[in-house]
Write a protein that binds this ligand. Structure first.
Ligand SMILES: NC(=O)c1ccc[n+]([C@@H]2O[C@H](COP(=O)([O-])OP(=O)(O)OC[C@H]3O[C@@H](n4cnc5c(N)ncnc54)[C@H](OP(=O)(O)O)[C@@H]3O)[C@@H](O)[C@H]2O)c1
Length: 249
């Protein structure tokens, strides 16, 4: 039996949405493998404190405060990372917002925010990273179970995550011959800050109750899934991983 993970020591990653939840856990997990990790999100104070933790371990961190809705900032994030660490091996597109509301009650500005962060931000970052990933690199897209199924109040969020899955599978077909691996990670309920931003109080409380009703995943559970995919030997491409709490229906 071959060993599960390849040696990632010295490789370079970018993680967007690294200031909390799944992104912070993933950045830490990659750094624990000895990777140099650029931490991107808007809350610079959170990134600085994560970077201090990472710098105490085997990895290295670079803080690049970034709003993924700003295309120039995304280009700068990739350029700064490559300049600081000499290349780029893995991009984890994880930044996301989930502003659940029924279509009839929805604020179209919330739809716009979700499209700009969850979908367009991810598309721009993917394009910016591609030239560096060619020849053997990983593009990891944090989608959702909501990228494969739908539910009431999630229409806008579903649209962005289904978009992520479609974009990524088409991109996979374009880039296989260039050695780029794509992985779509589709978490179920994870205990993070994501639901705190839901604008509709009734929807927020219902979702909080639903998450509390089960033994929800922790951010480290999804970080482990990312590590599983990135850690495969280069001829193995894990294209899709759906990870739910065992008791999620
Ligand atoms: N929690 C779940 O149950 C669950 C399930 C399925 C999928 N997901 C997906 O997992 C990803 C991470 O979410 P999470 O659960 O870890 O929630 P979280 O703790 O709220 O993390 C979201 C991250 O996205 C960042 N972000 C939001 N807007 C941004 C922007 N404009 N520019 C840059 N970064 C931005 C936030 O950082 P700043 O606010 O500092 O910018 C934060 O670091 C999301 O894509 C989410 O859709 C989560």
């Amino acid at each position: 039996m071959r060993s599960l993970t390849r040696d990632m020591d010295g490789e370079v990653a970018i993680v967007t949405g690294a200031s909390s939840g799944i992104g912070a856990a993933t950045a830490r997990a990659l750094a624990d493998e000895g990777m140099a990790v650029a931490l991107a999100a808007r809350r610079a104070d959170r990134l600085e404190s994560l970077a201090a933790d990472i710098d105490d371990g085997p990895g290295e961190a670079l803080v690049v405060p970034t709003d993924v809705t700003d295309r120039d900032a995304v280009d700068d994030l990739v350029a700064e990372t490559v300049e600081a660490f000499g290349g780029l091996d893995t991009l984890v597109n994880n930044a996301g917002v989930m502003l659940l509301q029924r279509v009839a009650d929805a604020d179209p500005d919330d739809w716009r925010t979700m499209v700009e962060v969850n979908l367009l931000g991810l598309m721009h970052a993917s394009k910016a990273a591609l030239p560096h990933l060619r020849g053997g690199g990983d593009l990891v897209q944090v989608s959702s179970v909501a990228g494969r199924t739908t539910s009431q109040t999630a229409a806008g969020y579903n649209a962005t995550k289904w978009g992520v899955n479609g974009f990524t599978d088409a991109l996979r077909k374009e880039e296989t011959e260039n050695g780029v691996r794509t992985t779509i990670v589709e978490p179920g309920a994870v205990d993070t800050e994501l639901q705190d931003h839901i604008p509709d109080e009734e929807v927020r409380e219902r979702l909080e109750g639903w998450v509390e009703s089960m033994d929800a995943l922790q951010p480290d559970d999804i970080a482990a899934a990312v590590l599983y995919a990135v850690g495969q030997p280069r001829h193995v491409s894990v294209n899709e991983l759906m990870v739910r709490p065992t008791d999620q229906r």
